[in-house]
Design a protein around this ligand. Sequence first.
Ligand SMILES: Nc1ncnc2c1ncn2[C@@H]1O[C@H](COP(=O)(O)OP(=O)(O)OP(=O)(O)O)[C@@H](O)[C@H]1O
Length: 214
Amino acid sequence: MKQLRHRYGGGAEISFPDWVLDAGGHALLVGPSGSGKTTLLSIVGGMLQPTSGQAIVAGQDLRQLSAGALDRFRGQTIGLVPQKLHLIASLTVAENLQLAQYLAHLPKNPQRIHEVLTRLGVAELAQRRPHQLSGGQSQRVAIARAVVNKPKLLLADEPTANLDDDAATAVIDLLEREAGEVGASLLIASHDGRVKSRIGHSFALQRQQAEETA
Ligand SMILES: Nc1ncnc2c1ncn2[C@@H]1O[C@H](COP(=O)(O)OP(=O)(O)OP(=O)(O)O)[C@@H](O)[C@H]1O
């Protein structure tokens, strides 16, 4: 991140400090509500063009990519577990993962889909549709979808919100394990103290300004 700033139409400008997340490193993005955590994930996830500055992912300056190239790069290089999981209701679990391969312009790979669903303990749910899953199962499927293309950067937005202690621990374990499995850097936005105690390195945002903590 270099001199990143963003202003939503008419709103105040949010400026983010320069920061590097090492390849394969795991970090927590913290800050009070409204400090810009989701905005930052959207920028480094290639879904939001910042007003100014550079987001560089795996050596690629996202600004340099055309819309089509950015879609492909995002699909192949970045995995996102959004706050609202956004599984496609009309598709089965397996088809939701197939769609991630398709959107990244990768060949169909049912074996990889089976492998990742198995790793996450939800292979037997492959033919179900999202409304037939529990909240925890849906979250595992969303993690599976985020890692199916073996991204270099895995982003998760408040993945433990509304989870009890055991489920929150399980989700953080899964994210760390799956990021480790594919060698991805992991950035988790959270103001959950339970997550803070698990992930040592954190990056803190404050309203309209930010500072890094070790
Ligand atoms: N689409 C939008 N249009 C206008 N303003 C927005 C939009 N999205 C976010 N904002 C504003 O940008 C600022 C940062 O919001 P953001 O959602 O990134 O913060 P956050 O740290 O993720 O908050 P939370 O912890 O509550 O999820 C807030 O002031 C918010 O009101």
